[in-house]
Design a protein around this ligand. Sequence first.
Ligand code: FES
Length: 103
Amino acid sequence: MNFFPIDFLDKLHDGYQKAVSIKGRELLLIQEKGSHYILENICPHAGYPMVNGKIIEGQIRCPMHGYLFSLVNGACTFVTEGPCRGLHTYQPVIRDNQIGLML
Ligand code: FES
């Protein structure tokens, strides 16, 4: 496993979202209420990018059809057009002044 940085820690702030592609995975780094989350950036419902989805009470809303997913564990908590699996989540890792993940 190697460390893949996504951004410098001091660039993050509440409301921050950044989409990146690392080792063929589409990922989304989020800061919300001082906590950091890394989620799959592709909505499992119909493949729309999750980036810029509104954050609502610890969940991210897919910009396309409004499905909600937990920031903590990726679970799908609200659907509009039928069931959906959750988003994959990844453990954020901080090294020096960088935040990223191990892959
Ligand atoms: S593509 Fe995300 S809710 Fe449909």
